[in-house]
Design a protein around this ligand. Structure first.
Ligand code: BGC
Length: 360
């Protein structure tokens, strides 16, 4: 079985009957479903022509949002009434991860993350495009509109980033996800088209004005470090084109500061499990290379990712090179071995394989 087939099988195997994808089936902290990981898994399944699986996931997103509708409406009202303090730790906002049944997970977590709420809308539009299931948008319209109301009300608040950190800041990539999500829905919501277009423009302008330094994007507003997730601003969020000078400079900085061999680190100060190389990010760089005429390097990355496969699948991160080796052991003692298999790693491998035109 090739890694492509295996990845499809693995993602199907860990999709629950409710449609949720579990981030990692054996790593205790990841036995839940995230909007972010889940959407990229669904997108990968669409690229692998597994539309039924992706459809089930988007139905699950709809279910979760309807289930927490009252909370979402209360959060919107509080923000609009100016009642919200700049404190992403408070629990009045929608969470980022849920149980398969769509329940919030109890316990301390940086739960207030907005990127997933943009990402699922972005992914849904791709699902419809790739599967031809146009009726789904109509069916999910109340959740879609509620999500747009929610991100519109909240996007200027500090919230945790895609690594579930930095809850006291605003992150260009989070805004990029929201931008991509609302823009993806613009063609389907003709009654709100101009409102959505305006929101999209505000987000884009904000990113360009406050999220850049020295001709490149930066990790967070007020933190001019680099982060490999900034790649997403071009692919797939489309805030700028892949060859925009800002993105070219950002990628150069990512290559200089975060790339070791074929393995990409998240950001220079990462200490989580010693700050290893994240396979899903390497795949992302490969995705970028395919789209900028660097196919050979993308092929090398794909081969390297495949070489990192362990018995149970692809891990979240590998330790060929650690940014902060001293932290590795402490994390193992605290939370167990690093997550493997991670569905999102398999998903991004599938996306890269599809971009390269690899067949099953
Ligand atoms: C990552 C998140 C991810 C979660 C589940 C965290 O460690 O930072 O991006 O959503 O794991 O995979």
């Amino acid at each position: 079985m090739t890694l492509i087939e295996e990845s499809v099988e693995l993602i199907l195997q860990h999709q629950t009957h409710t449609g949720a994808y579990l981030a990692s089936p054996v790593f205790a902290h990841y036995q839940y479903a995230w909007l972010r990981d889940g959407t990229f898994s669904a997108y990968a399944m669409n690229r692998a022509r597994q539309h039924e699986s992706a459809r089930k996931f988007y139905k699950w997103c709809d279910y979760v949002i309807r289930k927490h509708e009252a909370k979402a409406r209360a959060a919107i009202a509080s923000v609009q009434a100016g009642l919200v303090r700049n404190d992403a730790g408070n629990d009045r906002f929608l969470h980022t991860r849920y149980t398969a049944e769509g329940e919030e997970v109890a316990g301390e977590w940086g739960s207030f993350q907005l990127d997933g709420y943009g990402t699922w809308l972005w992914g849904l539009a791709w699902h419809v495009r790739l599967s031809g299931e146009h009726d789904l948008i109509q069916e999910l319209k109340p959740s879609i509109e509620l999500t747009i109301d929610y991100v519109k009300a909240c996007w200027q608040l500090p919230n945790f980033d895609c690594w579930e950190e930095g809850g006291d800041r605003i992150h260009p990539v989070t805004l990029g996800a929201i931008y991509a999500g609302v823009k993806a829905m613009e063609p389907y919501l003709s009654n709100r088209a101009s409102e959505i277009a305006q929101l999209g423009e505000e987000l884009r302008q904000f990113i360009l004005e406050h999220g850049t330094v020295n001709g490149r994007f930066m990790k967070s507003v007020g933190n001019d470090s680099v982060d490999a997730s900034l790649l997403w601003l071009a692919l797939p969020y489309g805030v700028v084109a892949v060859d925009d000078p800002l993105m070219v400079r950002t990628v150069q900085t990512i290559e200089e500061e975060l790339l070791q061999g074929y393995g990409l680190h998240r950001y220079p100060a990462d200490t989580y499990y010693g700050g290893g190389q994240w396979l899903l990010l390497s795949a992302w760089l490969g995705w970028y290379y395919v789209n900028t005429g660097r196919r050979e390097e993308a092929e090398e990355i794909a081969a390297w990712i495949a070489s990192q496969r362990q018995q149970s699948g692809l891990p979240e991160q590998v330790q060929e090179h650690l940014l902060s080796p001293d932290h590795y052991k402490a994390w193992v003692e605290r939370a167990g071995q690093p997550a493997v298999p991670l569905l999102w790693s398999h998903a991004m491998f599938l996306v890269l394989a599809a971009e390269l035109g690899y067949k099953h």
